[in-house]
Design a protein around this ligand. Structure first.
Ligand code: FEO
Length: 386
């Protein structure tokens, strides 16, 4: 795949992976992107996951047409990209590895060497001439590891953006960017919104025609859309007006109340209602939905005097990923001593910039007229927000 004259895609698709980063389901696999820039000097942009080293080097060799690479630019050392740095440096003993000081410290940890005598440390604003092209480096700390750099090729107007603008899914999967890029963003980068904002501000000064991320498709059209989505996501803005109801239910009674709330919200004109079962659906998708919309209803049963495990896990994800600037309401169920709202509130109190509703719902076992009235009052309060 040709990105521009002299820039070729040499990455790989992974359809064997069960869980990306040990936790995310990836039904359409994963792509580990890598690129080679062929000029008077030749630079390779990042390596790939440990299982694909030889395939990657074969892709590289095919693109090189008998030449040998001069540089391996390592933008990010997480092992889905950094795992084959040593393989490359062993295969090409004349090559120099180019990376931030933080990345070289990580190479010491992973490989026991910083490739002394064959390394070039770069930082924000440094440049590397390949001949007709001059690459410049942009520090992107915490997007999403601290050592990350982006690379800009002004001649071709290409931004190599490390993990930013990446998504789940291999490149041979035919799927929309937004959904799996959003799930990827909030799962993996979501906590680091301020860091993303900083690098977006730097990118705003560049003339970018093509974005080459380390995962997902190369973006060359409608870039305003992708940049706009990153602007919204990293500022914790609301992308879609609506209510997400995230619930767990043991015998179906809490689920029945949730379904009544969803139906009532729709009947009252709520712009969008999303319902997710935290014990059965993908929690990463639920986290994504929570960040996407502006209102979150947490509905669960009382369990061991506190919060049901699936809900506990979900709120922990929200805390870990710095969920903020949203409205939260609670629905609790407890047959003899409902305590889930108190337990959920204790957990969500770790979040910042959250508005709580005046109305919540308490169920004592099953749906009845008292619960219907509470659901109606909560729905009225929520719909008034739109
Ligand atoms: Fe795709 Fe942060 O590694």
């Amino acid at each position: 795949m040709q990105i521009a004259d002299g820039i070729t895609y040499i990455g790989v698709n992974d359809h064997q992976i069960d869980l990306f980063e040990g936790q995310y389901i990836v039904p359409n696999g994963m792509a580990y992107n890598s690129y080679v820039i062929i000029d008077e000097k030749i630079a390779v942009m990042d390596s790939v996951d440990i299982n694909f080293g030889e395939q990657w080097l074969a892709n590289l060799e095919a693109a090189l047409d008998g030449r040998t690479p001069d540089y391996l630019i390592v933008q990010h050392m997480e092992p889905d990209h950094g795992a084959n740095v040593k393989l490359f440096m062993d295969r090409y003993p004349e090559a120099t590895v180019v990376a931030s000081v933080g990345a070289f410290n990580m190479m010491q940890n992973y490989f026991g060497t910083k490739f002394e005598g064959r390394n070039l440390v770069v930082k924000e604003g440094d440049t590397l001439s390949l001949g007709a092209r001059e690459l410049s480096f942009i520090a992107a700390p915490n997007v999403h590891w601290p050592e990350v750099i982006f690379t800009y090729d002004a001649a071709d107007k290409v931004l190599f953006s490390a993990d930013a603008f990446g998504k789940f899914g291999a490149l041979d999967a035919d799927e929309a960017w937004d959904c799996e890029a959003r799930r990827y963003y909030f799962g993996i980068v979501g906590k680091f919104g301020p860091a993303v904002q900083k690098v977006l501000a730097k990118a705003a000064n560049l003339d970018i025609q093509v974005i080459c991320p380390l995962h997902g498709p190369i973006l060359s059209e409608n870039l305003e859309h992708y940049l706009g989505q990153y602007q919204t996501w990293s500022s914790y803005g609301v992308e879609t007006q609506g209510v997400v109801i995230a619930y767990s239910s043991v015998y179906g009674h809490t689920k029945e109340v949730v379904e009544l709330l969803a139906k009532t919200l729709e009947e009252k004109g709520c712009p969008r209602v999303v319902v997710t079962d935290l014990a059965r659906d993908d929690q990463a998708e639920a986290v994504e939905d929570a960040f996407r919309h502006n209102v979150l209803v947490l509905a669960t049963t009382t369990y061991c005097g506190g919060v049901f495990p699936a809900m506990h896990e979900f709120i922990n994800h929200l805390v870990d990923h710095a969920y903020q600037k949203r409205t939260i309401a609670f629905v609790e169920n407890g047959t003899w001593m409902p305590a889930a709202t108190k337990g959920m509130k204790a957990l969500t109190d770790q979040l910042s910039d959250i508005e709580y509703t005046e109305n919540n719902v308490t169920v004592k076992g099953a749906l009845n007229d008292d619960v219907r009235a509470q659901v109606n009052a909560l729905a009225d309060e929520l719909v008034a927000k739109f």
